[in-house]
Design a protein around this ligand. Structure first.
Ligand SMILES: [Zn+2]
Length: 363
């Protein structure tokens, strides 16, 4: 039992996203939060750490209670299947040469998306390794493969990172892409890259942007947290990302919980969002996960708040990080859309490996 408990402790650290910080975040803060009440710094800048702005005052997550429920409770987590092929298809690299007239986004796996338009290739949270873990022999193991190999990607111009959890920031992938690409990362994360001699990195705070080949790429809020080691909780920021071409706007949600403020602000800041990429997996049990991981019903709230024209789900069907069944998110998404009377064509749980194009013409 002890051995299992220790292994699972490691797994929890490795997964990152399935654990929570032990200290409550500040519930105060203002709107777009660019300047705090005192005027010195943004409200999400705490004392040596970053913080969320819209958690309840009495928010007191207990990692111990979570671990007890996880390993000694009644709820059985799904076993990771081997080389799962449901909701999965290989991506034909030929398809990644889109005509300039059409934007497209290919879900490669988990939160890794290749977003392409007008000759600009943007990659989100690239994760091509077998495990989301600090070690190769333990930790969450992927049960669906990336829909194509890293070496089959077209030349990437820019990579955005949502935060430093192992299922979103993968050292092997960072080393493989290296300085050939520009990395846009949330505040406090550049030093992690520099240890691998990767220097082509720009840190952005929420609401700051950087333009690459005419595309304005903006770091935007999310409600999450960060942790890479035992001692760095919330020392680097987490973010979602906006991408503005002259006639096409996309938003990548990264990893986030829901609050009724920040996604409306994002929608207002971006204007018309043509495509939103919103997490739909890794959400049970809700008592522990809900402030940092949306479920499909929350994802639909985000879709409404940012006023997206179209969306697809990310952050599912790759790693077992949480307690829901692996095939539950698409059904839960369909149920949530029906409840809100939203055309299910507008927000789909597309296959891993599928390519989104405008007007829902999936290939
Ligand atoms: Zn995370």
């Amino acid at each position: 039992m002890l051995k299992r408990f220790v292994a699972m402790m490691l797994l929890t650290l490795a997964a990152g996203c399935s654990a929570n910080q032990a200290t409550p975040d500040a519930a105060s803060g203002r709107g777009t939060d660019q300047v705090s009440e005192g005027g010195e710094k943004p409200a999400h800048h705490g004392d040596g750490v970053f913080r969320n702005l819209y958690l309840p005052d009495d928010y007191q997550p207990s990692t111990l209670a979570f671990l007890q429920a996880r390993f000694f409770g009644d709820q059985n987590w799904p076993e990771a299947p081997q080389d799962h092929k449901a909701f999965w298809q290989a991506t034909d690299p030929q398809r990644l040469n889109p005509p300039p007239a059409l934007p497209q986004a290919t879900l490669i796996g988990h939160s890794t998306v290749l977003l392409q338009y007008q000759g600009v290739n943007i990659l989100t949270d690239p994760m091509f390794s077998d495990r989301a873990s600090p070690v190769g022999f333990a930790g969450p193991k992927r049960y669906t493969q990336p829909s194509l190999a890293l070496t089959d990607l077209p030349d990437i111009d820019v990579v955005v990172i949502s935060h430093n959890h192992y299922d979103h920031l993968d050292a092997a992938t960072v080393n493989a892409l290296g300085d050939q690409v520009l990395w846009l990362v949330p505040l406090g994360l550049k030093s992690w890259f520099v240890q691998f001699n990767v220097d082509n990195v720009i840190e952005l705070d929420w609401w700051q942007s950087h333009t690459v080949k005419g595309v304005e790429i903006q770091a935007l809020p999310s409600q999450h947290w960060s942790k890479r080691t035992l001692f760095d909780t919330n020392k680097s920021l987490w973010a979602s990302w906006g991408f503005k071409w002259s006639d096409f706007t996309a938003w990548f949600g990264g990893d986030t919980g829901y609050n009724p403020v920040q996604f409306k602000e994002i929608g207002e800041a971006l204007g018309q969002v043509d495509l939103a990429m919103i997490p739909i997996g890794a959400y049970e049990p809700r008592w522990f996960m809900k402030y940092h991981h949306v479920n499909p019903a929350d994802a639909v709230e985000i879709f409404r708040d940012i006023n997206a024209r179209s969306a697809f789900g990310i952050h599912w069907n790759t790693f077992v990080l949480t307690a829901e069944n692996i095939d539950e998110p698409p059904q839960a998404l369909a149920d949530a859309l029906r409840l809100q009377q939203i055309n299910p064509q507008r927000f789909q749980a597309i296959n891993i490996g599928a390519t989104w194009q405008p007007a829902s013409s999936l290939q």
